[in-house]
Ligand binder design. Structure first.
Ligand SMILES: [Zn+2]
Length: 284
């Protein structure tokens, strides 16, 4: 860029006054472009340094609901706190977009240890890492419409627990889910494989039938509760992990208009006895 500017200066000396004015304007534009790019790079570097410094500050960590990543991997209750904190940042428009720099992406080639497994819907408006404000290597994700599970989904979750050491599974439904809507409305002759989705969600739709005006939202919630139960009973790996208090399986619903994720109380009560600490470590 500098060489280009020098060449333009040489050209300016050799031309008439009108051309000189045009070329001077060209030089000014090039200078502007270069300095803007430099400012942008500097500000990105400053932001990155600031984030590093902030992460060391207890006050900042508390304010941004930060939970230590290693603790979240070792303890599913801390993992849950980390997910809640990330969603609070997202909902409040204060996402910090952690763990997305190129050096980390490169380092992750060596291996992964996600701290949570999310079973979610394929809906494009429910982008898992974004709504939990997490980064690369943080979440192991299985997504199908209506988070309906098949044999391959079960194997995916077992792999995450046994091979990657992920001790937390969150079944994540969402408001206005198209798959649940289909199960509630049950159209005649649904095309091809879509009938399998409807059949899988139908028990939840039937359970809330005639219970009020917001049947769709009730069916969404009931579907998540049913799916949490399905995983807690799934022989042999997940059910054993859950019963001995080593694997936490809970349900949540994402609200499209607000960005809030509600962890369902129905799936947080009467959990098996566990050796994990459940104290709040947010900000530590
Ligand atoms: Zn959906």
């Amino acid at each position: 860029m500098d060489k280009q500017i020098l060449n333009l200066f040489k050209l300016i000396k050799m031309t008439n006054r009108k051309m000189q004015l045009i070329l001077c304007f060209g030089v000014f534009l090039m200078f502007l472009q270069t300095s803007c790019a430099q400012t942008r790079n500097t500000s990105e570097r400053d932001q990155s340094t600031m984030n590093e410094e902030n992460l060391q500050s207890r006050e900042w960590r508390e304010e941004n609901y930060i939970v230590n990543r290693d603790s979240a991997s070792a303890n599913p209750y801390y993992g849950l706190q980390k997910l809640r904190g990330g969603n609070q940042r997202f909902e409040q428009g204060r996402s910090i977009h952690p763990r997305q720099h190129p050096e980390l992406v490169e380092a992750l080639v060596e291996g992964q240890y996600p701290f949570a497994t999310i079973v979610g819907c394929s809906d494009s408006r429910v982008a898992t890492e974004i709504i939990f404000d997490q980064g690369f290597g943080d979440l192991f994700v299985a997504r199908t419409a209506g988070q309906v599970m098949t044999q391959a989904s079960y194997a995916t979750l077992e792999y995450a627990y046994l091979n990657l050491g992920t001790k937390l599974i969150v079944v994540l439904g969402h408001s206005s889910c198209g798959a649940v809507t289909a199960a509630v409305e049950r159209p005649a002759d649904p095309p091809s494989h879509i009938v399998s989705l409807i059949n899988a969600i139908k028990p939840a739709a039937l359970a809330v039938e005639g219970m009020g005006d917001n049947q769709l939202e009730m069916a969404v919630k009931q579907n998540v509760i049913n799916q949490v139960e399905e995983l807690r009973r799934l022989e042999a790996v997940l059910s054993r992990g859950y019963e001995k208090g080593d694997l936490l399986i809970v349900g949540a619903v994402y609200d499209l208009p607000t960005g809030n994720i509600e962890f369902l109380e129905e799936t947080l009560q009467e959990l098996p006895a566990t050796n994990y600490s459940t104290k709040d470590i947010t900000g530590l």
